[in-house]
Design a protein around this ligand. Structure first.
Ligand code: AMP
Ligand code: MG
Length: 334
């Protein structure tokens, strides 16, 4: 928490901004910047918000992303086959070692998140996709544990509402992208619109096929606007999904997690793998590449995702804002 500088340069808390949603976004952009006389550390946010194209002609060609060993990053422009990644991979770690290492990564994330929040210039969007039981919820819990809840927002996307379906497919996702200073997590994401929608034939093929480019444009816009995007595909095997579904059936404490629809979806396993493969190939870009995480072993999955998040935040190098001149000489009246 930016205890010392909070009120000084903020008219509005990120939490408030989040609930006001997209309608408030353009006003918020104008009210940011130099409100409290803080000099910009880059030209990116200086003054009134210029048109997106003027801010950054091309999206940062190389986003400050570092990837932990064990994760396979999909090379932009190259065909990619999911079957080539071993979901059992564990990077040579053992479980106990990985648990200790995870604690270290969490502490790093917590400290860096505070600086990101205090700086309030950029944001991090973490996208999690996986087949049912793939471990999205568990990853959120493990990686973000202990992070100041005020500085992060997790959105779990479900079947779209009528209102959401009445808009363009990106509308509901754009409304939930993280504002400056925030870490946003998409538990399922805009990729559902080329995954479940494709597998279930919810829209004609020409509609979902056009979406890959639209998704790339959307992510380019976010990147050019100061958001670093980390996209993780949690890769489990079909046998592992069976074991996890059985555990949900057998353990009364896991019954709430069991969705009979998952058994129906499982019949479309191959169609989902094909759809994932295409999404990863079509939408791995230099500015927002896809990272495939071997995810049969939960402890390994948690560790490498946490390490990548921590390394990425570190590479972003968020800084506390400069203190106002003369602050050290100020006296607080009795
Ligand atoms: P869960 O994440 O298990 O709580 O389930 C959410 C459900 O919402 C899953 O069955 C998803 O396939 C479904 N879902 C999420 N996004 C979409 C979308 N854009 N279109 C259709 N179904 C979706
Ligand atoms: Mg489910």
């Amino acid at each position: 928490m930016p205890k010392k500088h909070g009120k000084q340069h903020r008219g509005q808390s990120p939490g408030a901004k989040q609930v006001t949603g997209p309608a408030a976004a353009s006003g918020a952009a104008a009210s940011h910047g130099l409100a409290a006389g803080r000099p910009p550390s880059s030209a990116l946010w200086a003054g009134a918000a210029p048109a997106i194209e003027e801010r950054v002609p091309e999206p940062a060609a190389k986003p400050p992303v570092r990837v932990a060993p064990g994760i396979v990053t999909v090379t932009p422009g190259m065909p990619f086959r999911l079957a080539e990644v071993d979901p059992d991979a564990d990077g040579g770690f053992d479980k106990a070692e990985a648990k200790d290492a995870l604690d270290v990564e969490r502490a790093r994330i917590q400290a860096l998140q505070e600086r990101l929040y205090a700086e309030r210039r950029r944001s991090l969007l973490i996208v999690l996709q996986a087949i049912d039981t793939g471990g999205k919820d568990g990853t959120v819990r493990a990686v973000l544990q202990g992070v100041n809840p005020q500085g992060c927002a997790v959105t779990s996307f479900k079947v779209p509402s009528t209102e959401e379906l009445d808009h363009d497919f990106l509308w509901r996702y754009h409304a939930r992208t993280p504002g400056r200073g925030m870490i946003g997590v998409f538990n399922r994401s805009h990729y559902e619109d080329v995954l479940v929608v494709r597998v279930k034939g919810l829209v004609p093929e020409e509609v979902w096929r056009a979406r890959y480019n639209l998704i790339n444009d959307f992510e380019r816009l976010l990147t050019a606007s100061g958001t670093t995007i980390l996209k993780f595909f949690l890769h489990i095997s079909k046998a592992e999904q069976k074991a996890r579904l059985e555990a949900r059936i057998e353990d009364p404490e896991k019954h709430w997690k069991f969705d009979p629809a998952d058994l129906v979806e499982r019949k479309s396993w191959d169609a989902y793998q094909a759809a994932f493969g295409d999404a990863l190939t079509q939408c791995s870009t230099p500015y927002a590449p896809w990272h495939v995480v071997p995810a049969n072993r939960k402890w390994f999955r948690n560790l490498v995702v946490a390490r990548t998040v921590a390394d990425t935040l570190e590479a972003m190098d968020p800084r506390y804002p400069e203190a106002a001149k003369g602050i050290a000489d100020l006296k607080v009246p009795d």
